[in-house]
Every structure is written in structure tokens, then in C-alpha cells.
Design a protein around this ligand. Sequence first.
Ligand code: ZN
Length: 240
Amino acid sequence: MLEFLTEYTYALAPVFGLLAALMGSAVNGAKVWDEWLCGLIAAEIGVFAVVGIAVGIGEGVDAPEARAVALIVFASATLVGMPITRILDAADHWIASLFSFPFKWVQSPVFTTVGGLLTIGWAIAGRASFRRGCFFLKVSSGSSQGALTLGAVVYAYGGCFEKDGRVKDDLAQHEAYHSRQVTAFHEIGFYIAYLLVGMPWGQAQGGVPMSTTSGGCGNPFEKTARTKNHKFTPKPAHEC
Ligand SMILES: [Zn+2]
């Protein structure tokens, strides 16, 4: 199987990208076609980035089958990890989160490793919350809202937290949705597509590069995510 995957890596990569996109959008419950399309772009960037890195490593250590291993890891994380994290995150229990987190980590080795190290310091300071398979780090005091998800670690303003220090659940569900987009599309695919496609799209569609309007137009990657903590109906691109 490794030999086969090594020989046909470049033919199989776009197929795995397509499967990752379908699995990611279906399991997360993406509601509009432009989000499905952006997911496909993200997944294809993700799978080719992973394969490209593995080709480089494989040449360095004289192990051409590295790219086959990369394909297997990508496919396992997205096709198996995606539905598992969805179920575990829905349980809203720290034990379930404990099992969800590693799947997200596999697809986000840079952001989640860096964020995981930062989490240790934040937890010691009593400013971290663990919910729906993500660590939430309180980066400011006060009541302003707003959060940034990088892998399975979320950097959130003080207004995102309850008085007892726990992150608010509707916000947690929104950001956990993004963490699962990363699980499906890989961090390289998701963040490059978010920056190069999602943000210009959001700007053009509603003047909101990192969000949506109250009418449901904007950045496709935010359209379903924002339904977790805002009352609005996302609109597909052709209705905007
Ligand atoms: Zn969001």
C-alpha cells in the first residue's frame, strides 16, 4: 500500500482533498454552497502542502515513502478525526475534550503546539479554559468580545468568559467549529484559504473580511460558525 501511495501521490492528493472537503463541510454542517466551495479550496491547499513538505523531508532523509505516510495521516485525521471530534465536542465535557484535542493537533502541528505551550503559562495564571476540544486563553480583562482561533487554541478577550473563568459556551461552539475546519483542511490549507479567499470574499460581499453581516453575507468560513453565537440566517453568495 505504501508503494502504491508513493507512486500515485500526486494523482491521489486531489482526491483526498475532495474527500476531506466533503467530510469537513458535511460533518460540521456547513449551510451554504460558498462555504463548501471555500472548504474545497482549503482542503486542496492543505493536502498539497502536507504532501509537498513530506516530499522535501523524504528527499532529505532518502525516504520517498514519506509522502505516502503524509497522505495516510492527512486522510485519517480528516476522514476519521473529523466525525470523532464533532461527536466529542458536542458532549461538552472535559474528558471528551481531552480525546478531541489530539485529532486537532495532528492537523495543526505548528499553531497548536505553540498555543499548547502558551496554555501552560495561562493555566498557571488561572486565565485558561478548556471546552469543546479547545483551550481558551483570556488575553484581556474587561468586557470586550472577540476571539481568534489558531488550531485548537483560542485567544479570547475578557468578555468571552463567565465570571467563574469558564469560557461562554456559545462562543466556545463558534470557535470549536473553526478548530474542526482546521482538522478537516489542515492548518496550512485553512489559514491560507481564509486569508486569500475568505477575507477578500467577505470584504466584497459585505465589507466584513472576518465576519458576516446581520443579513448573513460575508466571509464564507464564518457563515455557519457565527450561527453558533448569533441569531441570523447565513445566505449563499448568489443571494448576497
Ligand atoms: Zn469565526
